[in-house]
Design a protein around this ligand. Structure first.
Ligand code: FMN
Length: 184
């Protein structure tokens, strides 16, 4: 399968990006394609319908839109900010939901797209409120979220300040999460 991994944090040393790096490596090891998207490398303006009317989609949104369109499944790992997922991620989703120069209806690239959600947080709840919100969003755009999320609480116990794993205990559970995505 061709799986696109999108991180909702643009921070160096991000816990959420560390989750995705492990997932990407694991997927490749078991014979799948995994494309890890760092939104830091895809800067785009805030969603703005005036900009859209004048210029169409920003180039980075076009590239991301194409990658999502071609993917068999998506895995998204976002931090929880104030009880929701990150604004950087929401902005990117809003842009790529637009048809651009295609005849697609809005959000068509997400229709029936299999998607799994992950979140890591230094806090004790592992970003679970953000996970509920992102599921709500993907249901609204008619994607096909898998049943289970993966959430890592107290992430600093497992990942250091540079995004390296210092305790591999959660990795088996992450492999199970990936297995579920591949099977569903
Ligand atoms: C604006 C802001 C709001 C935050 N709100 C929450 C929150 O509601 N719940 C939570 O668990 N952590 C919250 N945090 C802490 C983040 O979980 C923490 O910064 C985390 O490391 C971000 O993910 P990253 O490591 O992938 O960048 C917040 C951080 C910021 C900057």
């Amino acid at each position: 399968m061709n799986i696109v991994l999108i991180g909702g944090s643009i921070r160096e040393g991000s816990y959420n990006q560390a989750l995705l790096r492990f997932v990407g490596r694991h997927l490749r090891l078991i014979g799948h394609e995994a494309d890890e998207i760092l939104l830091r490398e895809y800067p785009m303006p805030f969603m703005d319908e005036d900009y859209e009317r004048e210029y169409g989609l920003p180039n980075h949104a076009k590239v991301l839109r194409h990658k999502i369109n071609m993917a068999d499944a998506l895995i998204i790992a976002s931090p929880e900010y104030n009880g929701s997922f990150s604004g950087v991620l929401k902005n990117a989703i809003d842009w790529v939901s637009r048809p651009g120069d295609t005849d697609d209806p809005p959000a068509a690239i997400f229709k029936d797209k299999k998607v799994g959600f992950m979140s890591a947080s230094p806090g004790g709840y592992g970003g679970q409120r953000g996970l509920a919100q992102i599921r709500y969003l993907f249901e609204a755009i008619h994607a096909a979220p898998i049943q289970e999320d993966f959430s890592l609480a107290n992430a600093y116990q497992f990942i250091d300040g540079e995004g390296n794993w210092i305790d591999e205990q959660p990795l088996k559970e992450i492999e199970q999460f990936v297995k579920q995505l591949l099977q569903d």
